[in-house]
Write a protein that binds this ligand. Sequence first.
Ligand SMILES: [Zn+2]
Length: 78
Amino acid sequence: MLSMRCVNCADKVQDFLRLTDAERTYVKEQIPKHFRLGAYYRCARDGCLRYQRRGNHKDGGSFPKPEAKNQAKDQAKD
Ligand SMILES: [Zn+2]
């Protein structure tokens, strides 16, 4: 675990965790091939979907919202 500023948490210092296997799969598709996946961590704050690179907190993005799939299903019913 490490601490760094999180862009999604108003630039406040948060704890960051190593990526899970599913998160690694997602991030791998978002970053340039020559970037090391092991350098990316995810924000540990509840509800935050931010992942970013160690050493450069501006380099990163957000995981898709987990509920996005359910919303699509509900709309399909209507
Ligand atoms: Zn965060």
